[in-house]
Design a binder for this molecule. Structure first.
Ligand code: 5GP
Length: 189
């Protein structure tokens, strides 16, 4: 039988590509697959819980943690800062299972530099038009933040060829199955 090796998976993709939904589905069937909780300076959305959705930090606290070298990576995304704490990665990797970091492209390349064995996976929407529709349906954005997210989406999608694998989220069930098999493929390598 193949040996399963715990791996660090970085999952990126534009806002609205469905990363969160796909990762949540995969983790429901593989509860030992870890997921880091990121820190951010953006305001919590309705229903988001501090320490579960994100660690919601003030600008001052975020800067203090950068100075204290507490981030594996961090980046400014859509006008706010987001970062992965060293403590999150080390404690969750110590559990002995693979770990997912759901972060933007800038952060993904920082992680790859720090951990060359990390696997980068990009979740791609079928098109920019579909992405716009999904973001509008989600109803979390104002006209202004929607256009920022769509402009960033185009920039991010142009970098997908620097990822190890790309999963197109056209049909949710197919995308979940594909991501699960990509993860298993790398764990067996
Ligand atoms: P949202 O505000 O919609 O929760 O997240 C916006 C974007 O920030 C997402 O596309 C996500 O990939 C990115 N993001 C979330 N956490 C992190 C992080 O820890 N580091 C980086 N670099 N990006 C993150």
């Amino acid at each position: 039988m193949d040996r399963i090796e715990p791996k660090l998976f970085v999952i990126s993709g534009p806002s609205g590509a469905g990363k969160g939904t796909i990762v949540a589905r995969i983790r429901a069937s593989r509860p030992n697959l870890g997921l880091t909780v990121s820190a951010t300076t953006r305001e919590p959305r309705e229903g988001e819980v501090d320490g579960v959705s994100y660690y919601f930090l003030s600008e001052e606290e975020f800067s203090r943690r950068i100075d204290a070298d507490q981030f594996v990576e961090w980046a400014s995304v859509h006008g706010h800062r987001y970062g992965t704490l060293v403590s999150e990665v080390s404690s969750k990797l110590a559990a002995g299972s693979s770990l997912i970091l759901e972060i933007d492209v800038q952060g993904a390349f920082q992680v790859k530099e720090r951990f060359p064995e990390a696997v980068l996976i990009f979740i791609m929407p079928p098109s920019l038009d579909v992405l716009r529709e999904r973001l509008e349906m989600r109803g979390t954005e104002t006209a202004e933040t929607l256009s920022v997210r769509l402009a960033n989406a185009e920039r991010e999608m142009a970098l997908a060829d620097r990822y190890d694998d790309v999963v197109i989220n056209d049909d949710l069930d197919c995308a979940c199955a594909e991501l699960a098999s990509v993860i298993e493929k790398h764990e067996r390598n």
